[in-house]
Design a protein around this ligand. Structure first.
Ligand SMILES: [Zn+2]
Length: 219
């Protein structure tokens, strides 16, 4: 497991570089999920770095997808808990199980440890952030949500949300078959970023480009 980190939760990075992070959650709770392979193939064709936050249960249910993601060196794999619970409602022991079990599943299947944790439903408190820190992870929120879990959100509306991103921003989307229209919207998103001179990077590279702006002080 990675060494424990000082607890940190952030939704953007203060940076002088023209960089943004595209992040894709792969959530799975008791209901089956899927894998948006056309979306991932587009990223690979364009050599676009991205961070995928994988749920442990999703990883177990999608071994081929995990193999594909782990085979791409410019994709970063993050931790999205095991069963996608409301983390702030769990005991510290249960939180730890969710985080550590997923770390171990990720490592046994990909040889990688996650250094970033995306809390299910974006729900966090100082206990969650502290437990993630103990498991060697920063807690990563987002500055822009495309709204892709909404079946009725059009590709154009997803692109319109992406246009709100600023340098150092983090965009949340989904790659578990619950990101409606994301694959369709991706070419226009990438074209817009390119036009603005905003380069997609992984969350870890984004952090290295400047200073994460801690949310903790606001909670
Ligand atoms: Zn999720």
């Amino acid at each position: 497991m990675p060494s424990p980190l000082t607890p940190l939760v952030f939704a953007r990075v203060a940076t002088k570089q023209q960089v943004v992070a595209l992040t894709f959650d792969c959530c799975q709770n008791e209901k089956p999920a899927g894998f948006d392979e056309p979306l991932v193939r587009q990223l690979i064709r364009g050599h676009i770095p991205a961070t995928f936050f994988l749920g442990g249960r999703w990883v177990e249910a999608h071994p081929d997808a995990v193999k594909l993601l782990a085979s791409v060196r410019y994709f970063e794999l993050g931790n999205h808990s095991y069963i996608h619970p409301h983390m702030t409602k769990q005991t510290p022991d249960r939180m730890r199980q969710e985080l550590v079990r997923t770390q171990q599943i990720l490592h046994s299947r990909t040889g990688r440890w996650a250094t970033d944790f995306r809390p299910p439903y974006g729900e966090w408190d100082s206990r969650v952030v502290a437990e993630a820190g103990k498991a060697g992870m920063r807690t990563v929120m987002w500055s822009v949500a495309t709204g892709d879990p909404d079946k009725h959100a059009s590709a154009a509306s997803l692109v319109a949300e992406v246009r709100k991103v600023k340098p150092g921003g983090i965009i949340i989307m989904h790659a578990n078959g619950r990101g409606w229209n994301t694959a369709k919207a991706l070419p226009d998103m990438l074209a817009w970023l390119k036009k603005k001179g905003l380069r997609p990077v992984t969350v870890s590279e984004l952090v290295k480009s400047g200073s994460p702006v801690s949310l903790e002080a606001r909670k």
